[in-house]
Write a protein that binds this ligand. Structure first.
Ligand code: PEP
Length: 247
């Protein structure tokens, strides 16, 4: 059976002192989890978290990457740089990047290519806005977003993680119902199956106000292989309890 993946997305939160408390608290409470656990931290804290997490049961992740390989791109961070800090996962196409930084489907697909080329697993986020859901366009939108990544990455698609994150559920306290989430995951699974004969091993994880109270039910669905957790990943007890639901 595929191991579930629980990835925390700290977003633009943290400080040297708070990170140390959080990571040490998680490591102390984790033991040897039978699921995979990752922390996607702000890039300036990669070195700190790499040191704190060395030899621990959690993998390090980043929240974004440049679409470029190297060069005059002030402020950007390349996949090769992430690799140097032991980064295992990299979120690409988070809705906050699509919304506030106008990232297109093609750009997100290029970012996935960049990290794959450096041996880093992209966590490719797809998801519809509330207006798109209400207009009955959920399937069309998530399939279009995923199709760009499939198109650009060919057979490497089996190396990605897909995160279904309905935009209206991120940071809002509104979670997709179990049925809504499972239904979209099944659609994404079918799309991956049509693209790859390894599709069943591609984790499709859910994100959007996942918390200690709703995680177990979401994670029990046949096509939900884990969670991408924002707010609840910043509290030791909440995140440990989500991990326990997955393990
Ligand atoms: C996220 O940032 O990917 C996310 C799912 O956030 P939250 O859990 O806070 O909704």
């Amino acid at each position: 059976m595929k191991k579930k993946l629980i990835a925390g997305n700290w977003k633009m939160n943290g400080s040297l002192a708070a990170n140390e408390t959080l990571v040490k608290g998680l490591l102390a409470g984790l033991g040897a989890p039978v699921c995979q656990v990752a922390l996607c931290v702000p890039s300036v804290y990669l070195a700190q978290c790499q040191a704190l997490m060395a030899h621990g049961a959690m993998s390090l992740g980043s929240q974004d990457v440049s679409q470029h390989e190297v060069g005059a791109f002030t402020g950007e961070i390349s996949a090769a740089m992430l690799q140097e800090f032991g980064v295992h996962y990299c979120i690409v196409g988070h809705s906050e990047r699509r919304q506030y930084h106008f990232e297109s489907d093609v750009l997100v697909a290029t970012k996935a290519q960049r990290v794959l080329a450096c041996g880093i697993t992209p966590i490719v986020c797809v998801g519809e806005t509330l207006a798109e859901r209400e207009a009955g366009r959920t399937e069309e939108v998530v399939k279009r977003q995923l199709a760009a990544v499939i198109h650009a990455n060919g057979c490497c698609i089996s190396e990605v993680v897909v995160a279904y994150e309905p935009v209206w559920a991120i940071g809002t306290g509104k979670t997709a119902s179990i049925e809504q989430a499972q239904q979209v995951h099944a659609v994404l699974r079918q799309q991956l199956q049509a693209a790859s004969n390894q599709a069943d091993r591609i984790p499709i994880i859910y994100g959007g106000s996942m918390n200690a109270a709703n995680a177990a039910q979401l994670l029990a669905q046949p096509d939900i292989d884990g969670g991408l957790v924002g707010g609840a990943s910043l509290k030791v007890s909440d995140f440990l309890s989500i991990i326990a639901s997955a393990c």
